[in-house]
Design a protein around this ligand. Sequence first.
Ligand SMILES: [Zn+2]
Length: 292
Amino acid sequence: MTAAPRRRSFRVLATLLVLLASAPPAGATVRVSWQPAQPRAGDVVVMRVRGVPAGATVDAMLDGHPIALFPTADGHAGLFGIDMDAPAGAQPWEVTVRDGHAVASTTGDLPVVARSYTVQHLTVARSMVELDPATERRAVDEIERLRLTYRAISGERLWRGRWVRPVAGEAPGTGFGSRRVINGQPRAPHSGIDFAAPVGTPVVAANRGRVALVGEFFFPGRLVILDHGLGLYTVYFHLDTIAVAPGQLVARGETLGTVGMTGRVTGPHLHFGAQVGATRIDPAVLLGLADD
Ligand SMILES: [Zn+2]
């Protein structure tokens, strides 16, 4: 009865000795930085890990969620989304480097700043707010399909370099996070930005990616969703026409379709959104990211 615990404690002691003997080189030189260093809710954050010894593996966690890292010119980087409704506060992070038998962790806190949003009052056709049971079911099923799409994390990073506006022009997209009151009733907050443009204006891919979903849904209208890899998606709603097919690999700037007014809209525009897994981020932040 006493042999097993004793053997186990010997194994634990042996493991500790190995760790103590070889731990310092693995973690001593690892440096972790964040951009931005004090993200707001809705931001996409770039984590950079430098000083990982050649041949070592590195894992990163933020607030209990793994961050998919990819190699860069001077180390590793990963993207993490801070949800638009994330509360203010410190989110703990941990980077673990494994080099042979040596395991070393570096930890810290990422301070997140809350964000306040405007309230937007909209008036649309009654049929777009007071749904009959069949339409209600359809809308719920479609939201679930979107959720399932964002949940799939492909392991390959497809995006490269800078992100581009999905429609030509200079005016910034509007309305991220606004609390929506539609026909007098509070509704889900606006999780993307809107670009007003005439019907027929070309809509292009913000970066390289694979077409994850094409459809005609009740609220989003005709839509395209691009999978950029590592859990990062961009979404294009209310299209008039669609020029791509599911599974197709598209280049940055390649035409996806044209601006329309399908789904629940008050006029022709592109709704442009971005997700990191289940997290809704501000797509305008992607447009401001530096090259990698
Ligand atoms: Zn919108």
